[in-house]
Write a protein that binds this ligand. Structure first.
Ligand code: GLY
Length: 315
């Protein structure tokens, strides 16, 4: 089976087909599955068409992890390469390193045969220009106006932490996963989020399960969210309960952090979005989000590719 964030119905369909029919290893099925979203100019939180950083440069984060070898690869703040997840897979397979960032990651990608290209679409550039025109001094400290439809700067356009995560379980019980993103829109150049960080935006242990995150990367980093979910599943929790347990941990941590950053806390709960996804080695799966109605994508042999509702910590 394959599970992904809500923007990944086609991703899980492809990943499921690759792992069942073409017998691809799960990590490669996940990487190939997310490629369709990386190349989609209409998803402004991933790859081509993603919203740029403060300087107007599209800068991508991605990582993948292979259960059977417990190996991983990642690229952070890479520019001009449409499929950073595939570069992360090359880091994993062709080097002894786990993380490559910035210009080093870009040079490695080109050495590996990836073609540099402009990833900034006209629409993303237009939104960035509106943001530049209306930015204020607080913006670096409180970048939390991600979905406010009344936002005067973005005029209803999202300031997403978006992202796509995909975890795949093969018929033989092997696991693999991948997370890829353009990260927080208008971030400080050089900022990386949780997506390229093993244990934060993704993690898998071939004996237990696989997990990943979308949403406010800083919260997934500070909680070690994906690692925590896998450890909760190791203790016997259902994947959905493990995702909820990780969100509760984020709430505890955010309540403390809000003493210094009040904008993180609103109406007695975290003011930001965060969603976790998990699959256990026995095929049980689930997802939970901080609040509201969100959906995740899943593909199984019985049910095909579809959207299901995430559990919500706060309704
Ligand atoms: N979760 C994506 C990011 O914060 O960059």
């Amino acid at each position: 089976m394959a599970i992904a964030s809500g923007n990944g119905v086609e991703t899980v369909r492809i990943a499921h087909e690759l792992v069942t029919q073409e017998k691809l290893r799960p990590v490669s099925a996940a990487v190939r599955g997310v490629a369709v979203v990386e190349a989609d100019p209409n998803d402004m939180s991933v790859g081509y068409g993603g919203l740029p950083d403060e300087d107007g440069k599209v800068s991508l984060d991605s990582a993948c992890m292979d259960g059977p070898t417990h190996n991983a690869g990642s690229v952070g703040a890479i520019q001009d390469i449409m499929h950073p997840a595939q570069v992360a897979e090359r880091v994993m397979d062709a080097t002894d390193h786990v993380n490559l960032v910035g210009d080093g990651a870009r040079r490695f990608a080109i050495e590996q045969g990836f073609r540099p290209e402009n990833l900034l679409t006209e629409r993303a550039e237009e939104i960035w220009k509106r943001w530049i025109a209306g930015r204020n001094d607080d913006d670096r400290l409180w970048p939390l106006n991600d979905t406010n439809p009344a936002d005067p700067v973005l005029q209803g356009e999202p300031r997403p932490w978006g992202t796509i995560h995909c975890s795949v379980l093969a018929p033989n019980g092997d696991l693999g996963c991948c997370t890829t993103t353009s990260g927080l829109a208008f971030k400080i150049p050089g900022r990386i989020g949780d997506s390229p960080l093993i244990g934060c935006g993704l993690y898998c242990d071939n004996e237990v399960g696989s997990a990943g995150a979308t949403g406010r990367g800083e919260a997934a980093i500070l909680s070690g969210g994906s690692w925590l979910i896998v450890e909760k599943m190791r203790e016997g929790m259902h994947p959905r309960e493990a995702c909820l347990a990780a969100l509760r941990r984020v709430v505890e941590q955010t309540e403390r952090a809000a003493r210094w950053q009040p904008a993180l806390w609103k109406d007695g709960r975290p003011s930001f979005g965060l969603t976790f996804y998990a699959v256990r080695k026995d095929g049980e799966f689930g997802s939970a989000t901080m609040s509201g109605n969100r959906r995740f994508a899943v593909a199984t042999a019985e049910g095909g590719a579809r959207l299901e509702s995430c559990a919500a910590l706060y309704s």
